[in-house]
Design a protein around this ligand. Sequence first.
Ligand SMILES: Cc1cc2nc3c(=O)[nH]c(=O)nc-3n(C[C@H](O)[C@H](O)[C@H](O)COP(=O)(O)OP(=O)(O)OC[C@H]3O[C@@H](n4cnc5c(N)ncnc54)[C@H](O)[C@@H]3O)c2cc1C
Length: 554
Amino acid sequence: MSDDRAAAGFATHEVMNQPPPLVDYDLFGSDRALQEAVRREGADWAGPSLAGFGRALGRAETIEWGFQANRNPPVLHRFDRYGQRRDAVEFHPAWHSLMALAIGEGVHTGPWAEPRPGAHVARAAQVYMQCQIEAGVQCPITMTYGVVPALRRQADIAAEWLPRLFSRRYDPRLRPAAEKTGALMGMGMTEKQGGSDLRTNTTRAEPVASGGPGQPYRLTGHKWFFSAPMCDAFLVLAQAPKGISCFFVPRWTPDGALNALRLQRLKDKLGNRSNASSEVEFERALGFLVGEEGRGIAIIIEMATYTRLDCAVAGAGLMRQALAQAVHHAQHRTVFQRHLVDQPLMANVLADLALEAEAAMVLGLRMARAFDRQDDAGETAFRRLATPAAKYWVCKRSISFAGEAMEVLGGNGYVEDSMMPRLYREMPVNSIWEGSGNVMCLDVLRALQRTPEAGEALRAELAAAKGGDPRLDRFAASLEASLQARPDEAEARRLAERLVLALQASLLVRFAPAPVADAFCTSRLDGGHGGAFGTLPRGLDLRAIVERAAPAPA
Ligand SMILES: Cc1cc2nc3c(=O)[nH]c(=O)nc-3n(C[C@H](O)[C@H](O)[C@H](O)COP(=O)(O)OP(=O)(O)OC[C@H]3O[C@@H](n4cnc5c(N)ncnc54)[C@H](O)[C@@H]3O)c2cc1C
């Protein structure tokens, strides 16, 4: 016994058989599947910067910021001590450190500020890694990313604001944007009476003068969910004389006054606790029309395509972190004289989780490539169909995934110190916001019905893997038969799920090592799977699958 412990006087035992913390590791360098996907999808040039970001995220200090930011959630200060309205949200310094790190890497607007082939793929890899360490900061970052194409519809506002959004210098101060080193944006659509059906929005917008694109309006009404309210401006839906329209609502008015966005309270959320989600009322708040009156939903939906991509990629990233924690634990923990990872049934659980996580990631980066090829009609049609389908299925799977990965850690997994409870709480939000599960599946149907090129893009993607695995060939044929049978609304979930499984399998069959592709096709396409993870059939190379997924050698 060391002198220190003897001096402590209460040393009853040695701590044994507990894994070392998974810290000071490289999220990029330790993820073989991610590196391959980044190369394959056209962002090889981003390797060095992704490696730097991966190392920065994996530092013990950064991981601790994630814990701190969630242990110390934001606080709303509606008034100052003199009773004046402030509507300010105070964050823990760890939140700001995480924001500064991500924005410094350009995760918020990198592909728009410095466009080049593969830029959206490189950014998707950033999002995937960022979410593993702290997912709350992703909310304002994703919204800012999604805002850019929508804002470009209003050239005068875009000219003034895009340089601010493109800045990599995070500035958290509640000051007019012109005085800051960088700006961020949020969005307000959901109202009390409806979030999926935005046509029910009641917030009113009255033109100050004649109205029209770029012109000022006064907004009166509310939003029931209004995340990241400390952003510098927002895209907000409101009813104008000619119907639902999209407005650019700055936090400060051009004459330097705080705009009348009254934050009512912050939501007490299941997870995503580092991030502030507010309820807001607009008291004749100043907004500027983006695009034409009556075109608001179309404009916001364009933005949502990007944020939905992020939801799917974030779901994949969260799964990756849960998996990394689980494999790491199993590599170090001994039960019944063997490392957990070597217990056959645990190897089955881990391999099954690894398949799910890799399939989600490869599809996310493949979709990001479609976002890179904005000039390609086939790729545009592909992303139209694949984005809602992937958001649905990846986020849905991630929820049960988190519970299973937690259980690998036994009791430790249920304790906040392990990060697993945070990951578990975070998973469902990606499934709910930006269009909940059913809404995504109905959107898949709509894409197939209204955009025939979407179905063609799907067929072309699957054709590229034809002959690679007979189980995939059979599955694709049966999916085609379902498409021909014109599924109705009640069948939309089943269709979206099968569509995603086919796409994931086609990528794995073409590009993943044989044990991964084989196990995926057997289990997901050929009926060789039970109702829970860890039910892979015999005859698969589980060890190879788990080794590939390990964040570090044991
Ligand atoms: C943490 C958090 C932060 C958020 N931040 C923002 C924000 O910043 N800005 C913003 O605008 N919104 C935000 N939202 C709101 C979110 O986008 C909505 O909650 C979501 O879109 C669902 O809308 P709703 O809550 O009104 O539910 P509803 O629209 O009432 O939907 C309820 C359920 O019905 C399903 N459903 C809807 N239509 C159909 C149909 N035709 N057939 C079958 N099922 C259907 C949905 O899939 C859902 O499961 C946030 C939500 C959360 C949880």
